[in-house]
Write a protein that binds this ligand. Structure first.
Ligand code: ARG
Length: 587
């Protein structure tokens, strides 16, 4: 459906044209004086140059031409020539009726759907999933859902970190602790056990221990490097261990992501890209892009216009080992081959920005992607604790994701039980649903690139710009709708002209859904969609407080309001679904 602002602009353009001015000046924006008008057009000022006429005169002529408009109830001129616009109530109610009947709730499906790969999540195998990974999962999932909602083909890839030193460290530590495990027996030729020799909790204890020791013990670290190398060279026993680490780890990761309602289409890993490395490097060498420098193989990616230094990409270290950069480049080769996407979007900590600048430039230089393929980096800031420092447990350790979710759920449970007398089982489930909204909305409502403070008290509050507040608004509507049905009400609509200013405000807000949603996706900015639903919720609640809906005696009016509530609820639910959470039936 056309955006309401386009409909308004078309009408304004008709005004300019019939007053004898070029319609291109009919640019309309939201009014910056909502007390005076709903929309405004400053085109008369811009037209002054072409026509040499005073803007006020132009504006007055346009206003006169629009006097009989079906779209505007009021066109007035202010100051030097601002055109203030108010919408006709009938125009607005008709727009909302169309929206209610539109299967897509007015959203415009992509005309040329794109294939977009989103690289998000990015957990590292065998390391516990901690809060640092939370943002990528939440933001990536939301952009994925928004894109799909608009008809794009979006592929989410978790891109597991399974190829680094952490594997060698775990193997080395296991070797120290249990040297008689069959995986370490070089002469063993039989099948390896199907069962892993460790549980996830053991694994999660082994890695930090090994990592700490490698920092103090040179010989140990050398062993870990050697083990990593041997694993990468295909050592049988180590590969079998790696397989176990993967299984145990991935099972646990899937459980965690499920709790977050985050779902990946692909569970690809860094190691999957390794087979593409030799050819890729050979090609870059043949083309003279990659050259040796101090034993390492590098590609220059600096450009003259750089304001900060962009160091060369190192493809191979002097010992021949490949790096994070090499893996990321090879992953692009693989993705191009398997999916030929129009865009690859990386949702990663913003501290990795330089890495991606290098990778993207190198990929273009080497022709791994063509010019029309977009490579985008969405860097997010840090999630801090109330002290303004990176979020930690009370003891100062890294907070596990599970613990964080448990804490939020417990807090939500407390509030829900305080709030009303729901049966316990019910309250627990509700607490999980609302808790997830608290976490996700708390994150998504901030511009991704900024750091934010994770504040359990604020995030779980039913008031203010929070997830629970949005859900509370939806639940409020649901309860009115069900009371309406209990009282024998059936069906709803048609939506009538707004009967009050508050109702008109709500209707104006609703009519902007497609614009808000489409822009939020175009800018890859979930926080814009959050801002929209927050305002919509405020408008709904103001309308609710000043209107006695169920006791309204005029049946037609009542049915109109019910239709308006229903439409608001559908919009809110559509939006939160795209953000990645859902609403319970009651709270
Ligand atoms: N595993 C990486 C980390 O924890 C994030 C991976 C991001 N994606 C990528 N293609 N590099 O830092």
């Amino acid at each position: 459906m056309k955006r309401i602002i386009e409909r308004i602009e078309e009408e304004a353009a008709r005004g300019f044209e019939s007053a004898g001015f070029n319609p291109k000046y009919a640019k309309v924006t939201l009014s910056n004086r909502p007390d005076l008008a709903e929309y405004q057009c400053n085109g008369a000022m811009a037209a002054k140059k072409e026509y040499g006429t005073a803007p006020r005169k132009i504006a007055e002529a346009v206003a006169e031409a629009l006097a009989d408009s079906d779209v505007f109830s009021e066109v007035s001129v202010a100051g030097p020539g601002f055109i203030n616009l108010k919408l006709k109530r009938t125009f607005l109610s008709q727009y909302l009726r169309d929206m209610g009947n539109d299967g897509e709730l007015s959203l415009n499906m992509a005309e040329n759907p794109e294939t977009i790969i989103i690289d998000y999540g990015g957990p590292n195998v065998a390391k516990p999933l901690h809060v640092g990974h939370l943002r990528s999962a939440i933001i990536g999932e939301s952009i994925k859902r928004m894109g799909r909602r608009l008809g794009h083909k979006v592929i989410g890839d978790v891109h597991l970190g399974d190829w680094g030193l952490q594997m060698g460290l775990i193997i080395t530590e296991l070797h120290e602790r249990r040297p008689d495990l069959v995986y370490f027996d070089e002469n063993y030729t039989g099948e390896y056990p199907a069962e892993a020799p460790f549980t996830i909790s053991e694994l999660e204890e082994i890695y930090p221990a090994a990592s700490a020791r490698s920092k103090e013990d040179e010989a140990y670290k050398a062993k870990a490097l050697q083990a990593t190398h041997e694993l990468q060279e295909g050592c049988r026993g180590y590969k079998a261990l790696w397989q176990h680490i993967m299984e145990v780890s991935v099972t646990d990761l899937k459980k965690n992501y499920k709790r977050l309602d985050v779902e990946f289409d692909l569970w690809k890993k860094e190691s999957d890209a390794q087979p593409y490395i030799p050819d890729m490097i050979q090609k870059m060498k043949d083309e003279g892009l990659a050259y040796e420098d101090d034993g390492a193989l590098i590609v220059d990616v600096a450009s003259e216009s750089d304001t900060k230094t962009v160091p060369p990409c190192i493809l191979l270290k002097s010992d021949g080992a490949s790096l994070y950069t090499t893996t990321d480049l090879a992953t692009i080769v693989e993705r191009m081959k398997l999916f030929s996407p129009d865009e690859i979007l990386y949702v990663v900590d913003k501290r990795q920005e330089m890495h991606f600048i290098q990778v993207f430039r190198c990929a273009r230089k080497a022709g791994i992607v063509s010019d029309d393929v977009k490579l985008s980096f969405l860097g997010f800031g840090t999630m801090n604790g109330k002290d303004g420092k990176p979020f930690k447990t009370r003891e100062g350790g890294v907070m596990r994701l599970e613990t964080l979710i448990d804490d939020i759920d417990a807090e939500m449970y407390k509030k829900i039980v305080e709030n009303r007398s729901v049966r316990d089982k019910d309250a627990e489930e509700t607490a999980e649903t609302v808790g997830l909204a608290a976490i996700k909305y708390g994150d998504l409502s901030n511009q991704a690139s900024k750091d934010y403070i994770f504040d359990i008290d604020r995030f779980t509050s039913f008031e203010g710009n929070t997830g629970p507040y949005i859900l509370y608004t939806i639940v409020r509507i649901k309860s009115i709708l069900s009371r309406y049905r209990e009282e024998g009400g059936t069906g709803n609509g048609p939506i009538l002209e707004p009967a009050s200013d508050g109702e008109k405000t709500l209707m104006l807000q609703l009519s902007r859904y497609n614009e808000a949603f489409e822009n939020a996706f175009a800018e890859r900015a979930p926080h814009r969609l959050c801002a929209y639903i927050y305002e919509l919720s405020n408008d709904l609640n103001s309308f609710y407080h000043e209107t006695k809906i169920l006791s309204e005696e005029n049946e037609e009016q009542k049915r109109s309001w019910i239709a308006l509530l229903d439409l608001t609820m559908r919009v809110l639910e559509d939006a939160i679904n795209a953000l990645g959470f859902s609403a319970p039936d009651r709270m």
